[in-house]
Ligand binder design. Structure first.
Ligand code: UD1
Ligand code: CA
Length: 447
């Protein structure tokens, strides 16, 4: 075992024509995030010095997504897809001066485990290929082993009948010394059945140069690549099954696991309870003992210990719920911090707001945070009481221990301890309801 520096190259230039899509394949979502996010997360688990994503089809969109997901990762363009060897070659200028192991991953292969990658990256051989025993070897490249380890990889198209009998297949993931890669990549030719520069030919080239090549074997499940919508759906189902099992093993109660959907990075603490039909988008953390009631959608938010959310609530990015906060039915919260003990029970929108501890937000409250061009903030102090159906026209501030009258439209700041009423004064006309109804009925009869 050796511990050397690691760089990761992610191949993501292919069109993915079998997806039948205008969207580049690696931007299709699995577990709430683009496919390439899975490869980037796997790459990061190796604590690499560099990550380079090779883009081609839809390169601008892929590069934008990569920059958003992992700002440290570089992207390079492979203008023409001439094969996996050619693709890796495009990454070499970006790796200039790097010494250590280069790990090659595919952007459309989301499930390679972190332990598997670590075993690959720390293996002593000059070149290590991740292989698997295929149930149905189909059109995978075959791994030909000999006494000295891995001898060569033969692509299905170029394999004779005997080689096609081999069940040990190439996952496509490879780790090799950077100097070996630089020295050998120029020697690849496209003199083969596909007319492509095969990365896999590096094995025979390395062996011919007296280098050591070997295989690390993983479960076939880990090597699953996505080529069609059906495979994407099957991968999603597989991901969810594993995520549900893991959550329950970690002490989370899932009332109906089959209707609970996780994202790649969902984190839920012990003794949290998740009701049926709850969907977690990316970026959610739920602390121990919180409860999410049925039919909630959460994304980019944090729910603290003891908080309850839903049923039928939506927490959008930037929603931060403090301890024991209660968010009830038909409540939407975006980019807002709710301090400890805040109650927002019913039919409310809070956007770009901060609510101080123990404040009660009445039913039907709305922060009017958008003026059509810009977003504005609402500040509500601790222990305040916002009357039902209050419109808070931002920017606006409601002080500590302050109140607003029901049905108020609050356009001016409310000082600490004050009661603000902003609505038309009620006028009551004795007997008018009865007289008005009678007049209307007469009108209808004589029409
Ligand atoms: C490749 C392997 C094969 C292995 C299989 C596993 C080679 C020559 N063959 O075959 O041994 O069993 O993967 O799935 O490496 N890509 C680019 N640029 C290119 C070509 C490919 O970025 O010019 C990317 C694709 O987007 C894809 C990955 O590389 O993510 C693999 O390419 P693909 O064409 O699917 O390779 P296979 O023919 O399946
Ligand atoms: Ca493939």
């Amino acid at each position: 075992m050796t511990e050397s520096a690691v760089a990761v190259v992610i191949l993501a230039a292919g069109q993915g024509s079998r997806m039948q899509s205008d969207l580049p394949k690696v931007l299709h979502r699995l577990a709430g995030v683009p496919l390439v996010a899975h490869a980037l997360a796997a790459a990061r688990s190796l604590e690499p010095e560099q990550v380079v994503v090779v883009t081609g089809h839809g390169s601008a969109a892929v590069a934008r997504a990569v920059a958003g997901l992992d700002p440290e990762a570089a992207t390079v363009l492979q203008a023409e897809q001439l094969g996996t060897g050619h693709a890796v070659r495009q990454a070499l200028p970006a790796l200039e001066g790097f010494e250590g192991k280069v790990v090659v991953l595919y952007g459309d292969t989301p499930f390679i485990g972190q332990d598997t990658l670590a075993a690959l990256a720390s293996h002593g051989a000059d070149l290590v290929v991740l292989g698997f025993e295929a149930e149905d070897p189909g059109r995978y490249g075959r791994l030909v082993r000999g006494s000295g380890g891995l001898e060569r990889i033969v692509e299905f198209k170029d394999a004779d009948a005997a080689t096609r009998e081999i069940a040990l297949c190439n996952s496509g993931v490879m780790a090799l010394d950077a100097d070996l890669l630089r020295q050998m990549i120029g020697l690849l030719t496209n003199d083969n059945a596909a007319g492509e520069y095969y990365l896999t030919d590096l094995v025979a080239l390395a062996r011919g140069d007296g280098r050591r090549a070997d295989v690390v074997i993983c479960d076939e499940e880990e090597t699953l690549g996505i080529n069609t919508r059906a495979e994407l759906a099957a991968a999603e189902a597989g991901f969810q099954t594993r995520a549900r099992a893991r959550a329950m093993e970690d002490g989370v109660t899932l009332t109906d696991p089959a209707s609970t959907f996780f994202a790649l990075d969902t984190v839920i603490g012990r003794d949290a309870i998740i009701g049926p039909n709850v969907v977690f988008g990316p970026g959610v953390t739920i602390e121990s003992g919180a409860e999410i009631l049925p039919f909630c959608h959460l994304e980019g938010c944090h729910v603290s210990a003891g908080a309850t959310v839903g049923p039928f609530a939506r927490l959008r990015p930037g929603a931060e719920l403090g301890g024991d906060v209660h968010v009830g039915n038909f409540v939407e919260i975006k980019n807002s911090v709710l301090d400890e003990g805040v109650k927002v029970g019913h039919l409310t929108y809070l956007g770009d707001a901060h609510v101080g501890e123990q404040t009660n937000i009445g039913a039907g409250t709305i922060t009017c945070n958008y003026d059509g061009v810009m977003k504005h903030r609402t500040e509500i102090g601790p222990r305040a009481f916002i009357g039902s159906d209050t419109m808070l026209v931002a920017p606006v501030r409601v002080g500590a221990d302050a109140m607003t009258g029901s049905g108020s439209t609050i356009t001016e700041d409310v000082p600490d301890g004050a009661l603000a009423i902003g609505r038309a004064r009620q006028a009551t006309k004795p007997g008018l309801a009865v007289r008005l109804m009678a007049a209307l009925r007469t009108k209808k009869e004589t029409r």
